[in-house]
Design a protein around this ligand. Structure first.
Ligand code: ACO
Length: 435
């Protein structure tokens, strides 16, 4: 329940002899807000908060995180329940619409998605134009931007029908795009989506099926893939989602906004961390470094080495998504008959880190990226495909947050202030007179 207004703290700010009363905004859960907008007009000061450590950019009804308790909920539903009982497309509807769909609405949505998974021959050209060794995230961002060129009837950000169409087209075509990026890198012909086949099954088949062979994997493969997508589906105002909202605040269309999210996600401090974790574990194995010695490198700030897959801006306890993935990793590898020494190294590294004062004092725990790569690898994905898989999972969250932003009556174009610390006024000096 929202905290009653009278229970909220009164916030007064004194600037020299001037007192300013700031309005507060109640949260239903988590931190209440204080509105700093009048600060500049009333005092001439601007708020400075690099990295947004203490700045809310919006109010939102979509996702709640309690970083101290390790809680993550989409629209109020605990991630643990959704991960085990829901499906990715159902979660997508939940995030966008706010409620779990009834059976009819879910089926209608799945059918609509199914109809649009196909990519035209013209669109497919992008996969042959890009070099085979291009990073998949570069191709993915370009492909999403291309959709804005291919589907002009779905561009108007202020037309709900156009936004619904763009939503369906992006969710439908993204698995096809990602499977084609993989196939192209492998030098294999692109396959067509199979109408009526389940979303993740279609995606896995289009990705892995070889000519003349049937693609057959145990159900645990599909279930694990669906779960991983659900776990990544939203995470409130993280770097990529904030980028999507920021771009959309200029009324850029949904595709252009989401491709900005893909760019942000590619960074190793964000979605790129799952690939970086695998590279780190391989490095530990290949160089026969003990987890303890690796930790010595990590703790030496001059080394520039970080324990990838550890730490989080919001979680100061175990990331609940990491707990689910960790539990799944052993089971999935067993069911797929895969033995991976990187999983053993990951367990050892985690144990060493969790009992080390450096990590304890800083409250650094595994985040979702620490174990996901090991499952993806067991499924047959190379490390470079991990971040595109994250992007596929995060797509409903980006879309839901963009849709919330675009209809927010208090919404304004995102435009931070700055505190200028450069040269004051100086006059131009012609080149021949410069020292
Ligand atoms: N390894 C070693 N030290 C770390 C790590 C890490 N993974 N993460 C944080 N620290 C240290 C910092 O050096 C800093 O130490 P100091 O107080 O001595 O200066 C302290 O812990 C606080 O860390 P910050 O960097 O200030 O925390 P911030 O909230 O800015 O960064 C981030 C969070 C980017 C996730 C960071 O923990 C990190 O780089 N982790 C590794 C990359 C990673 O796994 N990213 C995925 C994040 S989850 C996601 O995007 C899905």
């Amino acid at each position: 329940m929202a905290k009653a207004k009278q229970d909220l703290p009164r916030v007064r700010l004194e600037v020299d002899d001037k007192a300013l009363e700031l309005a507060t905004i109640p949260a239903t859960q988590g931190n209440h807000g204080v509105v700093v907008t009048p600060l500049m007009s009333q005092t001439g000061l601007v708020a400075l908060d690099p990295g947004f450590l203490n700045t809310a950019a919006c109010t939102s009804e979509i996702t709640f995180i309690d970083g101290d308790q390790g809680i993550l909920r989409y629209r109020g539903y605990p991630i643990e329940q959704l991960a085990t009982q829901s499906s990715f497309l159902e979660v997508a509807l939940l995030l966008m619409k706010g409620e779990l769909p009834n059976a009819h609405d879910l089926e209608a949505f799945e059918t609509r998605i199914d109809k649009h998974m196909y990519l035209s021959d013209d669109f497919r050209q992008i996969f042959s134009v890009m070099p085979r060794r291009a990073h998949p995230m570069a191709t993915l961002g370009a492909a999403i931007n291309m959709m804005a060129g291919f589907y002009p009837e779905s561009l108007d950000p202020l037309d709900p029908a156009a936004v619904n169409l763009a939503t369906v087209l992006m969710l439908a075509k993204m698995p096809t795009v990602i499977s084609y990026i993989y196939r192209r890198a492998q030098g294999n012909a692109l396959l067509y989506p199979r109408p009526g086949q389940n979303y993740v099954e279609n995606f896995a088949r289009m990705t892995f099926q070889l000519p003349g062979e049937k693609f057959e994997v145990p159900d645990v493969f599909y279930r694990a893939l669906d779960t991983l997508l659900i776990l990544h589906a939203d995470h409130e105002q993280n770097c990529s989602t904030s980028s999507v909202r920021m771009i959309g605040s200029a009324q850029a269309n949904l595709y252009m906004s989401v491709s900005g999210g893909v760019s942000a996600l590619s960074g190793p401090l964000h979605g790129g961390a799952n690939e970086a974790v695998l590279n780190m574990l391989s490095y530990i194995r290949d160089n026969e470094i003990s987890p303890k010695d690796f930790m010595t490198q990590v703790k030496d700030k001059r080394s520039g080495v970080k324990l990838m897959g550890f730490g989080h801006r919001v979680y100061k306890s175990y990331d609940p998504r990491a707990a689910i993935v960790k539990e799944q990793a052993d089971a999935v590898l067993d069911a797929l008959g895969v033995k991976d020494e990187l999983l053993d190294i990951a367990h050892e590294v985690e144990q060493v880190a969790l009992s080390d004062d450096y990590f304890i004092e800083r409250r650094l725990y595994p985040n979702v990226d620490f174990y996901t790569g090991i499952i993806y690898r067991a499924m047959g994905f190379p490390a470079s495909m991990f971040t595109p898989l994250f992007a596929l999972g995060r797509l409903p969250g980006w879309i839901a947050q963009w849709r919330e932003m675009i209809v927010d009556p208090s919404g304004k174009i995102g435009r931070p202030r700055q505190i200028y610390v450069g040269e004051p006024h100086r006059d131009y000096v012609p080149v021949e007179k410069r020292p």
